[in-house]
Design a protein around this ligand. Structure first.
Ligand SMILES: [Zn+2]
Length: 127
């Protein structure tokens, strides 16, 4: 048995550990929305595929997804620091439906995905 097998196991275990210990981000954006936040699983409404994990701040409808509030997957979080023109639009990895387009939310000059109406479903994650 090679040591690589053990390394791989360690990586998986570490990932699960990280998932269980999600921390809500707290900053000026959260405070300006009343300080109330929770995690949502975002699903494609066309095929039911889980698209990403999102921290929603404050009450109200989910019209856009701020890039700095997306916790996973890495494919999406990796683009958080790219110039907005290089951030790919939000597409379902399974059925390839276009769910939202990347843009800068003008009011806060904050990179986000503008969601199409009815493109995604959300589910509250219970801690
Ligand atoms: Zn889909």
């Amino acid at each position: 048995m090679s040591s690589c097998v053990f390394c791989f196991c360690a990586i998986i275990a570490d990932k699960q550990y990280t998932m269980k210990n999600l921390k809500l981000k707290s900053d000026k954006y959260r405070k300006s929305r009343g300080g109330y936040s929770r995690f949502l699983d975002i699903y494609c409404d066309h095929c039911g595929q889980k698209v990403l994990l999102y921290q929603k701040d404050g009450p109200g409808e989910l019209k856009r997804l701020y890039l700095d509030r997306i916790s996973s997957p890495e494919k999406v979080t990796r683009s958080q620091h790219l110039p907005i023109k290089r951030v790919p639009d939000l597409v379902c990895s399974k059925c390839h439906s276009l769910l939202g387009v990347s843009y800068i939310y003008p009011k806060e000059k904050r990179p986000a995905f503008r969601l199409f109406a009815g493109a995604v479903k959300k589910k509250l994650i219970k801690g």
